[in-house]
Ligand binder design. Sequence first.
Ligand code: GLU
Length: 369
Amino acid sequence: MSAAKPDTIVVKVGSSLLVGEDGQPRRDWLKTLVSDIAKRHQAGDNVIIVSSGSIALGARKLGLDKGGRASLADAQAAASVGQIALSSLWSELLGEHQLTAAQMLLTLDDMEDRKRYLNATATLEKLIEHRAVPVINENDSVATDEIRFGDNDKLAARVGQAASADRVLLLSDIDGLYDRRPDSQTNGQFIGVVEIVDDSIMAMADGSSSSGLGSGGMTSKLEAAKIANLAGIELSIISGREEHPLERYALTNVGTLFKAGDGANARKAWLGGRLTSAGTITIDGGAIAALQSGGSLLAAGITSIEGQFKRSDVVEIKDLDGQSIARGLAEYDALDCAKIIGRRSSELEALLGYAPRSAVVHRNQMVLV
Ligand code: GLU
């Protein structure tokens, strides 16, 4: 595992693996996972745990129906009760192997805002340097519907990116990706390796969580794989149904591996993994071709804009059918951008009343998605 350079591995554990049908933590299974983690840690690897389960655990304690997901207020209350139990569980089990657990509760904004992202990155780096084991969850007791990851798959990929991880392992109640739901009527084919998550791969997901306990289904796992790919990180979906899931995977290699992309630079990877934007810029075919061959986005190729974005806000760049092409930092605010839609570079100074910038979105501040 760790010959020359130690690996940094993010291990995401879903609610249905952590919490049994009785609403109690599945301690026996968890012990086998923690023993796998301890082995890797001892071999020099850095392990970061992204743990779900707070809502499922808290719902049971508070006696809430629908696993605590009937309303946002229920989920928030369940999460605050469950998270405290979850942290002490990880701390206790890791402690049995002389490992120090370090809790980080993150919100979507902590990852979307560049400064806060760098701040979280610094904390992760420090924890890793001190050989602690970060145990991360979304801060569900304050996250609202509009500003939340909602599933820990994407959170795990974002954390992997922040920690410059080598791989992300999504432990799931399914052993990987099937081209259809793997039930007896449809006979889904298992997909072992995915080079790139394109529309045909996305179409294989059905979006829902099969256990009903967590919120992540295959769609969120594939979205996580996209984020990881852009950041140059391998991601695997593996089964957590059996004991010692990490050792088992190392031995059998059973799971779906999503290959890492070339890895954009850190800023571009952060951009690529962002889940929100301040506005949309729609562009024509000529501009798409320019972007795809490494060019910047110029005003001439813009057909319309949406949203009240400010200069240096993140904007989504879409084609005329509304498909995302790229994401980048706007060089103009929406008001000025509106003045130069479709205009040639030579016309801009007169329209704006100041020396124009070299592009509306510069190629160094843009990532194709
Ligand atoms: N953060 C949620 C929890 O701890 C789980 C999100 C998910 O299901 O992925 O319960």
